[in-house]
Design a protein around this ligand. Sequence first.
Ligand SMILES: C[S@@+](CC[C@H](N)C(=O)[O-])C[C@H]1O[C@@H](n2cnc3c(N)ncnc32)[C@H](O)[C@@H]1O
Length: 179
Amino acid sequence: MLRRVFPEDSRVLEIAAGSGQHAAFFAAHLPSLRSWQPSDADPDALASIAAWTEGVKSVLPPLLLDVTADDWPIASVDAIVCINLIHIAPVAACEALMRGAGRLLPVGGVLYLYGPYRVAGEHTAPSNAAFDRSLQERDPAWGVRDLDEVTRTAEAAGLRRAEVIPMPGNNLSVVFHRE
Ligand SMILES: C[S@@+](CC[C@H](N)C(=O)[O-])C[C@H]1O[C@@H](n2cnc3c(N)ncnc32)[C@H](O)[C@@H]1O
């Protein structure tokens, strides 16, 4: 998927990189990218990201980046990848992610999201409904987001939904392009 959706020579920003395992794997398997910039809002994640990505050629040192901050510590990217954030954060994080992507991406730039979604208001599997309940028990502000609502938030930030691809485990890949 990522080989196809990220143009060659892209500078990719990863938001909410967590442990850094995705950065290590994807950057190593996408040698045509110019750079992979991992980031996370949790200072403790940065050491893990640095350790996992050590020696992977195109990976830059991790950045502390909270999507809800007014300023993101990066000036220019071609593509943004964000895996498993918007359901494990308040809705404000999704809104801020879209605003930030709208600001930062050039026309035609790619925002790639991965995770579980409700579709037309309904869960796509009983396991996703159970996951949603468990998220809300942990924090009432968390929860599996509705794809149409996420799309409307993206459109308000100047992003057009280009593709929705079913993935294993009842997750979706959702690709937006900056208009
Ligand atoms: C469930 S983890 C996902 C990590 C990784 N992407 C994965 O799929 O394994 C959610 C991550 O989002 C980060 N996060 C939470 N709120 C954030 C925010 N406002 N801005 C950026 N990252 C945030 C957390 O620190 C955590 O690393």
